[in-house]
Design a protein around this ligand. Structure first.
Ligand code: NDP
Length: 281
């Protein structure tokens, strides 16, 4: 193993203490509302973690649970109530939603100023235009890790494997935006000869959700490898990168767990602070 390990837990802790310090100076406690529908154990665990994080930095966690049988109208009605609640600065609906619920419509119902997941089309539009707005948490967490470890993006070749609206596409926009200035390729399941594409990358981001798909043949020696993948196995969480083998040739690498995952949670707090500051200005 020669790669430097990029410790997402440590960077997330730094983000959290910055947010806590800013919250302490606000004179009020920003409210983060979480909406959990159904009884998926992973979703429950994620929301528990997010609520705990919020309280740790001095925010107020406002939690709502609805049964898996909740109708589209009931979920949308709750979101509308939270939109008009002055104590609520951020609204987070935990995805995926169960059954036939239309998550796109629910997310579109969130007031964009309270869209702390950064997934509302309005905020994704601002991101596309390069204008200020709430950014999706996982992509902004990736940028924050790179920034923390002073890994340059300017002029670098970045390849992202995965083109979802949650991770791959917004990350491509962030990395290619003015200021970050990377040259970005977004690869996906129809990409021809993936290894030929990824092995050109100075910064390689794996966000496909396929266990261990990034092997040494995909990686340029010395590259920075960011593993966004979270895959549940009997042995625990594993990423999209064959960690042991790739760490031998990469210059820097994020582990799973302890890499991008904690950053996603930390950036949610950062977004909630931003939402509170701009709404209550
Ligand atoms: P999606 O399933 O929405 O998207 C996966 C993307 O990867 C698609 O664009 C798909 O291509 C592409 N892909 C799938 N298989 C291959 C392949 N063999 N070769 C090349 N491209 C492929 O997943 P998400 O974006 O939501 O999540 C991706 C991973 O990141 C998951 O493991 C998820 O759990 C994890 N995740 C982690 C977070 C964190 O905080 N660390 C936060 C969010 C997600 P196509 O479009 O052609 O189908």
């Amino acid at each position: 193993m020669s790669a430097r390990v990029l410790d997402g837990k440590a960077v997330a802790a730094a983000v959290k203490s910055e947010v806590a310090e800013a919250v302490a100076g606000l004179g009020y406690s920003p409210g983060l509302a979480t909406v959990l529908v159904g009884d998926d154990p992973a979703s429950h665990a994620y929301v528990r973690g997010k609520r705990r994080d919020a309280e740790q930095v001095g925010m107020t966690s406002i939690h709502h649970e609805l049964p898996a049988t909740a109708s589209q109208g009931e979920v949308a009605g709750l979101v509308a109530d939270l939109n008009s609640d002055d104590d609520v600065d951020g609204v987070l609906v935990q995805l995926p939603l169960p059954g036939d619920l239309d998550s796109e419509a629910i997310v579109e119902g969130i007031d964009p100023r309270k869209d702390v997941d950064g997934l509302h089309p309005f905020n994704l539009g601002l991101l596309t235009l390069g204008r200020q707005g709430l950014r999706p948490c996982t992509p902004s967490g990736v940028l924050r890790i790179l920034d923390h470890y002073e890994i340059p993006t300017n002029g670098q070749t970045a390849v992202i494997v995965g083109r979802s609206f949650l991770v791959g596409r917004p990350l491509g926009l962030l990395l290619s935006a003015k200021g970050a200035d990377a040259t970005v390729t977004v690869a996906h399941s129809r990409t021809n000869d993936l290894a030929a594409v990824t092995s050109k990358a100075d910064i390689l981001v794996a966000a496909a959700g396929v266990i261990g798909m990034i092997t040494p043949e995909h990686v340029k020696p010395g590259a920075t490898v960011i593993d966004v993948g979270i895959n549940r196995t009997d042995q625990g969480l594993v990423g999209d990168v064959d960690y042991e083998a790739v760490a031998d040739i990469a210059g820097a690498i994020t582990p799973v767990p302890g890499g991008v995952g904690p950053m996603t949670r930390a950036m949610l707090l950062s977004n909630t602070l931003t939402a509170a500051e701009s709404r209550r200005r």
